[in-house]
Ligand binder design. Structure first.
Ligand SMILES: Cc1ncc(COP(=O)(O)O)c(C=O)c1O
Length: 304
């Protein structure tokens, strides 16, 4: 991993911590979670990874690419999401990088397919390791406790001022959970504004707090997670659905040298701009990968 990830001031009072190139193979917020998840999979002797996501899932692609570096094959179960150029681009790379892909109609079908894939692998003598949607288990969340502690170090060294709040996209919740846990552990409980871009059953405050607590317990840490505010105003018609505000936000990001994708980061950055006040600096967490993936990047037994 390329750590620490850089921090810079986009314009007065608006800072970014950029995860885009945290790994040479694939960037974004999934990488820190996968560092812990893949170590756990290896410790358990796994041969294959089984996970789920939407058709354009960054998590599924990151799992397949980084899992391959550990000799692990990835089996993905994919649920629909609105069709965009970005989603098609991601899907082509997922198909190339995964050992198998099962497309289902929704979350119920996904639960059944995940069980079936795991059973099929076990029956053929393989050892499957299940990774939850978004890599957001207490093990994965530890990666973002590391990320938050890294940020505390950068603030302590004066690389950026202590922000008045941190703004991040909220999907499966692991990134926000690790942030509120790690900031408390680092003695800097800065409030986190988590911008909900996924349905409420997946992305809600209770889930984030439960994940943060579970990850802290794994570390044997007896601190209370820092403050969390969930902004529900950016989901629009649903996960991955476009929003008339996004084009302007993407342009604003581009002018500031911040590339944004429509599903997560454009919505979170929109909330970041809307929430900016004169009370103090705001930090935006750039969670999308800035690494361009070729479809030729395959897993050990990749299809495609
Ligand atoms: C680019 C991007 N940003 C943010 C998130 C949200 O992170 P989390 O699922 O940990 O809430 C995701 C999750 O898929 C993502 O792909």
């Amino acid at each position: 991993m390329n750590l620490p990830t850089p921090v810079r001031e986009l314009r007065p009072g608006l800072w970014v911590k950029d995860e885009g190139r945290v790994h040479d193979r694939y960037g974004g917020n999934k990488v820190r979670k996968l560092a812990h998840l893949l170590a756990d999979a290896e410790a358990r002797g796994a041969t294959d990874l089984v996970t789920a996501g939407a058709l354009g899932s960054h998590h599924v692609l990151a799992t397949a690419l980084l899992g391959a570096e550990h000799g692990l094959r990835t089996h993905a179960v994919l649920v629909p999401q609105p069709d965009t150029e970005h989603v098609r681009h991601q899907l082509a790379r997922i198909l190339a990088a995964c050992a198998s892909v099962t497309r289902v109609g929704g979350s119920l079908g996904a639960a059944v397919a995940l069980r079936t894939v795991r059973a099929r692998l076990a029956a053929s003598g393989r050892i499957p390791y299940a990774i939850p949607v978004g890599g957001s288990s207490p093990v994965g969340v530890e990666g973002w406790i590391d990320g938050a502690l890294e940020l505390c170090g950068q603030i302590a060294r004066g690389e950026l001022p202590r922000p008045e709040r941190i703004v991040v996209a909220l999907g499966s919740g692991g990134t926000s959970a690790g942030l509120i846990a790690g900031l408390a552990l680092g003695g800097m409980p800065v409030p986190v504004l988590a911008v909900r871009v996924a349905p409420r059953w997946l992305a809600h405050r209770g889930r984030v707090l439960a994940l943060a607590g579970a990850a802290l317990r794994r570390r044997g840490a007896r601190v209370v997670p820092g403050p969390l505010v969930v902004d529900p105003g950016w989901l629009g018609a649903g996960y991955g659905c476009s929003d008339p505000r996004l084009d302007v936000i993407v342009d604003q990001g581009r002018e500031l040298g911040l590339p944004l994708e429509p599903t997560y980061t454009a919505k979170a950055f929109g909330a970041c701009l809307a929430s900016a006040t004169n009370h103090g600096p705001v930090l935006f967490l750039q969670t999308a990968s800035a690494i361009r993936i070729r479809t030729a990047d395959r897993s050990p037994d990749g299809r495609g």
